[in-house]
Design a protein around this ligand. Structure first.
Ligand code: IVH
Length: 673
């Protein structure tokens, strides 16, 4: 019986690892998320019952314990070399001529072209097919042991060959080298999330990947979208010994490693150069940042015989793309008011061409960044435009200063409405919290009428913009006093459309208090907290008179959110808005007949973060509440469980620091029985 279970366990590990590979390496899953979850759950169940069976290659063992103070040093089995650069076709041909003189075989050599990804060089060790160690490049001789962090990178196989059906012998030892990186799209998604949470955004994918891999806490690395591509065998024993670079790529691929799918082999250098040059224009289409292509002599014996110049092998060359960093003058700093009221500084630059695009503006990330980098108006600044990433200012060229440059002071008032700006403890961003700020008005109204808030059917963004542009709506309360003849003045409005819209607006007057509170868009107050506030205070008038201390008695309300709520209600512009709403009969009182459901989760409090595989946020909330549990917006010591999805936010960090139990969607379902 135990034997049978053990073999099922082995089978499950192999299956889950294989499906991980299909998903993360090949980007071609062959089963649904639900089926994957089922396999993983079965595996976890067996491991819970038989913890002594767990092996390091189990897919459940990716994120391990925190590393101590620093990383251990690792001596590489062979030097981890660098590459000489070629800046254009002439340089590449000159390299060819040089090496031709050293060896006649070069004349007839074949070439492999690969992308030169701008990431972090890593060295992965496999012993008897098991991923045993992973290191940074370091100085090329000795790197740092970042095994625990690399284990969290799902594209790295924990066991090779990944597919049992390849029949490839398991090499006794295999050390491979690759480049770890964050794809551009994932990087931007990560930054968007940070920005929405008022947290510091990352500068570029490369630094983020490198920084994340050098974190002491693997859980943190696991939350970053790092992937990798491998391209070199550093040393091997007992496996296949490829004789060409092309064979290396094929062999590594067959073992289950992620290998680039744009490399090609050519019979002569000119064809290799021609292919390389297509990426000069086409680099933006690559899903990662690449600073060039690598042209490698295919024959490994020949390449090795050619030797090195310092740390650069003669058998390969980095064909660099034109730099996308240029210097230009910083003429001024504009401040934009973003979607969530966040104030973002933007550099106004003397127009400059970067990689065929004229750049006049670049992001300065946040006000702290300007201060930290000591960026001054009038400075010559280094600007980078890479891939699809928004151009950004790297920093000032201090040596080019004339002394006339001026230090920059962040605004204390919103540039759009003139109201004082606010800062929330623990966040880097400055906000304009004025609900009637014209820069935010469209966004505010859009949020106010949205499905999760007042749910005004038929009032889409287009109409919101029309109403604001025509001056009919200056704050959300104006919606409730709109007249039919006013609407008829708008383009595309006839009797029927105006009547329908007025009907939905009228209906919205009866929306519940929690919806209205959520609709106000108070910083830090989502749908869940709006429900808690509604239940506690019963109406807007009582809520507007509360204190920060009183608010903190509510589960999930910490000092920052309490302050944000009190502050919102204290603002004269917002008080005026509340009066207008009341005058328009928008003043819901909480229904008191809401009985709590009893169930497996009674007495338990949950916080959900990240994207869950099957549940939407609303589904998860409904599921938890239908089982008697409570869902709150923020993690506190009182939180019973954090339900963790893909790409979680800062709640994940907080839960870990408070020692809150962390579960995934499948475990949540299991917990409900
Ligand atoms: S080959 C002998 N191939 O570029 C092997 N390097 O500037 C020498 N890199 O430190 C390296 N993609 O981190 C090679 N396809 C690729 C590469 C690549 C990125 C990085 C690598 C190296 C740097 C050299």
């Amino acid at each position: 019986m135990a034997d049978k279970l053990l073999s099922r366990y082995e089978d499950l590990k192999a299956q889950v690892n294989f499906h991980n590979y299909r998903y993360h390496v090949l980007d071609a899953p062959v089963i649904s998320d639900l089926e994957y979850d089922r396999l993983l759950n079965e595996l976890k169940k067996i491991e819970a019952d038989h913890p002594d069976w767990i092996t390091p290659d189990s897919p459940t063992q990716r994120a391990g314990a925190k590393a101590s103070e620093k990383f251990e040093k690792v001596r590489h089995p062979a030097p981890i070399l660098s590459l000489a650069n070629a800046f254009g076709a002439d340089d590449a041909r000159a390299w060819f001529e040089r090496v031709k003189k050293l060896d006649d075989r070069v004349e007839k050599a074949k070439f492999v072209v690969e992308p030169k990804i701008d990431g972090l060089s890593v060295v992965l060790h496999y012993r008897d097919g098991q991923f045993a160690q992973g290191a940074t490049r370091g100085d090329g001789e000795v790197g740092e042991d970042i095994t625990s962090n690399l284990r969290t990178v799902k594209a790295i196989p924990l066991r090779i060959p990944v597919s049992q059906s390849t029949n490839l012998p398991i090499p006794k030892t295999l050390v491979v080298r690759g480049e770890a990186f964050i794809p551009i799209k994932d990087f931007e998604k990560l930054n968007r999330k940070l920005e929405e949470a008022g947290e510091k955004t990352y500068l570029n994918p490369r630094n983020t990947a490198a920084g994340s891999l050098r974190q002491l806490d693997p859980q943190l690395t696991a939350s970053r979208p790092i992937t990798l591509l491998v391209y070199q065998i550093v040393s091997s024993e007992g496996g296949k010994v490829p004789t060409s670079q092309w064979e290396i790529l094929e062999y590594l691929k067959s073992l289950g490693f992620p290998v680039t799918d744009i490399s090609k082999r050519f019979d002569d250098l000119d064809s290799a150069i021609a292919y390389t040059e297509t990426f000069k224009e086409g680099r933006d289409a690559l899903p990662y940042e690449a600073d060039g292509m690598v042209i490698k002599i295919d024959d490994l014996t020949l390449a090795a015989d050619l030797g090195f110049v310092g740390k650069d092998p003669r058998g390969a060359i980095a064909f660099k793309f034109p730099a996308r960093e240029v210097t230009t003058a910083l003429l001024g700093i504009d401040v934009e008011v973003g979607r969530t009221g966040v104030l973002t500084p933007r550099a106004a630059l003397e127009a400059v061409e970067i990689g065929g695009v004229v750049v006049r503006n670049a992001t300065l990330h946040n006000f702290d960044y300007i201060e930290e980098k000591d960026i001054r108006i009038g400075d010559r600044v280094l600007v980078k435009r890479a891939g699809e990433v928004i151009p950004y200012v790297i920093g000032p060229v201090v040596d080019a200063r004339s002394g006339k440059e001026k230090k920059y002071k962040p605004p204390t008032k919103c540039p759009a409405c003139g109201q004082e700006v606010e800062h929330f403890e623990g966040e880097v961003a400055w906000y304009c919290v004025n609900a009637a700020c014209p820069a935010q008005l469209v966004r505010n109204v859009e949020h106010f009428v949205s499905r999760g808030a007042m749910d005004i059917v038929g009032l889409g963004i287009k109409i919101v913009e029309q109403l604001i542009e025509a001056g009919l709506v200056k704050d959300v309360a104006d919606l409730f006093t709109l007249k039919k003849d006013q609407m008829l003045t708008l383009e595309g409005f006839a009797e029927k459309k105006a009547e329908n819209l007025l009907g939905s607006i009228e209906q919205a007057k009866g929306q519940s208090l929690n919806r209205l509170i959520a609709a106000l868009g108070i910083h830090g107050v989502g749908e869940v907290m709006a429900g808690d506030l509604a239940r506690t205070y019963g109406n807007l008038s009582a809520l507007s008179k509360t204190t920060a201390d009183e608010l903190q008695q509510i589960e999930g309300v910490g000092p920052n959110i309490a302050e944000s709520i009190v502050d919102w209600f204290a603002r004269p512009a917002n008080q005026k808005l509340l009066k207008k709403l009341k005058a328009a009969s928008v003043d819901p009182q909480m229904k008191t007949d809401e009985k709590k459901k009893e169930g497996a989760f009674t007495g338990l409090t949950f916080v959900v973060t990240g994207t869950l595989p099957n549940f939407s946020r609303d589904d998860a909330k409904e599921f938890i509440e239908s089982n008697g549990g409570k869902v709150t917006d923020s993690v506190s010591k009182k939180t019973s469980y954090l339900v963790l999805g893909e790409n979680p936010g800062s709640k994940f960090e907080k839960a870990k620091s408070l020692g809150v139990k962390i579960i995934d969607e499948a475990e949540l379902k299991k917990l409900a029985g």
